[in-house]
Design a binder for this molecule. Structure first.
Ligand code: ADP
Ligand code: MG
Length: 233
């Protein structure tokens, strides 16, 4: 089904080395509009490096990445413009602790110079979407882990990016809270946002029945359309 959709990201023979440590060793894949892609694999297999390359937080040592047809590995590409279209969330929520929940989300919109009236309209809407409609005035240290990740996800989608990249979004959460975050990611995907996430949450990947890409030593060793951990040999 998804393969009929537009290609959002095309990765061609992506390589990344840190000194003589080959971390990504020839990754080629396509990510289509509307997909949810779980990237799994042992610690050190290159999941974070792969996700960070999609945003040019890492600069590849070889290969190409096209975002909506634009080669983001080319030095002349305006990466700030591309980054505006990519939301990102991490295991460590990376919130600004001196700012309220509302301000954390609004900040992401101010960075791209969104007009004040749009910020005043969108921030409450996105907080309500992530289930934090009543928490706008709280500070991060007044929130549970799950609420902090919801805030980070609200911030990541505040500018309505076509794609959301999450690196171990449930890594710091207990299983029940993690499940809630995965349900939220599913809701975000249903609104049209493509999602690529690295995860260790085996049972959740099984339950989601979405595409699963398995990395091992910098290679894709499996890519299953509606997979799960349990499909692994
Ligand atoms: P994963 O997310 O699957 O655990 P990573 O992409 O974080 O894997 O790391 C893969 C490998 O790359 C590891 O061996 C790690 O030590 C190495 N690595 C990652 N980032 C750096 C860096 N900035 N400098 C040197 N080595 C790094
Ligand atoms: Mg990682």
């Amino acid at each position: 089904m998804t393969t009929n959709e537009k290609v959002l990201i095309k990765v061609e023979n992506l390589q990344k080395s840190f000194e003589d440590n080959k971390v990504l060793d020839g990754i080629s894949t396509e990510i289509h509009q509307g997909e949810v892609v779980a990237v799994i694999g042992p610690s050190g297999s290159g999941k974070s490096t792969f996700l960070r390359s999609l945003n040019r937080l890492e600069i590849p040592t070889g290969g190409k990445i096209y975002f909506e047809g634009v080669d983001i590995t080319a030095p002349e590409t305006d990466i700030d413009h591309v980054r505006q279209k990519i939301g990102m969330a991490f295991q460590q929520f990376n919130l600004l602790n001196s700012k309220t929940v509302y301000e954390n989300v609004a900040f992401a919109m101010r960075v791209i110079e969104a007009p004040g009236r749009i910020i005043r309209r969108n921030v409450p809407a996105v907080l309500s979407l992530v289930g934090l409609g009543q928490k706008g005035r709280s500070y991060p240290n007044q929130l549970s882990g799950g609420e902090q990740q919801r805030t980070a996800l609200a911030r990541a989608i505040a500018n309505n990016p076509p794609i959301l990249i999450c690196d171990e979004p449930t890594g710091n959460l207990d299983p029940e809270t993690a499940y809630g975050i995965m349900k939220l990611l599913d809701d975000i995907n249903k609104r049209g946002t493509t999602i690529v996430m690295a995860t260790h949450a085996r049972d959740i990947v099984d339950a989601m029945q979405k595409r699963v890409v398995t990395l091992h030593k910098g290679h894709i060793i499996r890519d299953i359309e509606k997979g799960g951990y349990s499909d692994e040999a």
